[in-house]
Design a binder for this molecule. Sequence first.
Ligand SMILES: Nc1ncnc2c1ncn2[C@@H]1O[C@H](COP(=O)(O)OP(=O)(O)OP(=O)(O)O)[C@@H](O)[C@H]1O
Ligand SMILES: [Mg+2]
Length: 312
Amino acid sequence: MALIEIEHLSHAYPMGEGGQHVALEDVSLAIEAGEFVAVLGSNGSGKSTLAKHLDALLLPTNGTCRIDGMDTKNADQVWRIRQKVGMVFQNPDNQLIAAVVEDDVAFGPENLGVKPCEIRQRVDEALAAVGMTKFRTFAPHLLSGGQKQRIAIAGALAMQTECLVFDEATAMLDPEGRAEILSIVKKLHDEQHITIVYITHFMEEAAAADRVIVLDHGRLAMDGTPREVFARADELQELGLDVPLSVELGAKLRNDGLAIPQEIVTEDDLVQALASLVPSHQRNAANDERRAGVQRSMNEKSDAKGGVPVAD
Ligand SMILES: Nc1ncnc2c1ncn2[C@@H]1O[C@H](COP(=O)(O)OP(=O)(O)OP(=O)(O)O)[C@@H](O)[C@H]1O
Ligand SMILES: [Mg+2]
């Protein structure tokens, strides 16, 4: 049984005068525990509507959404579902409620009636996991956007959540804040095996996932590995989406006649592909030159320190 099982899910928002707006239409999808799934789609394609179904904030108008076997329509299980699935939203200023960081992280488990000594331990672990231990007594309004999002993640971790859903959680952050959040997400996935559903408009972020899902007008348009999905650049463009810069650059270089493989997705892939084009004797010469440079600089430092060898 997959952790998230969505079968023929449709969602229609009621509109005035008995009308409705169909935001999701016949979506079927299974996400296994431990997967890292990025969700892409142009504005209004239904990403947030899908995310809210995972936490039972919205219920299907047709079809089903089950979390670890629990139907989100079953009102008795809503709290268990929300314990399993934590959400991190876009605006860092709307998610923290307490006046002190550690109280904010403790808020969820306190409401669950967890014993105080266990709460303390959960808060310690959650703050450590997001690298925010030293800010535990800070007031949230003194933190940067990225730090606030890290506290929001810690709040979910303190609930011992098994799945984290990020709805454009990096959209309001600067590049540094975005990189911080993405690296924490990767760490939680790799080390704690937390299932990640990561909605984003940044293609470079989606390239870090194991699987990419693309929504278009409320329907599932693509579902595959980042390599498979980003290889369909023309179709993505028709859906109003880009490909990561490394994919675009790789394609341009390929068109210019360089032997760059099709399956370039990340910056690392591109760097490796380019490095492999440099003949090995030239690479060795470059490495020898670099080593000689390091040795020269160590010798200079050693001379300056009276002959004691020093390393950087
Ligand atoms: N409460 C609502 N009532 C009526 N229509 C809504 C409501 N919320 C969203 N919609 C509509 O449903 C569709 C899907 O919205 P949703 O917010 O899920 O898209 P999205 O992919 O998250 O978009 P964005 O990239 O802008 O965040 C849009 O056409 C939107 O206007
Ligand atoms: Mg949205």
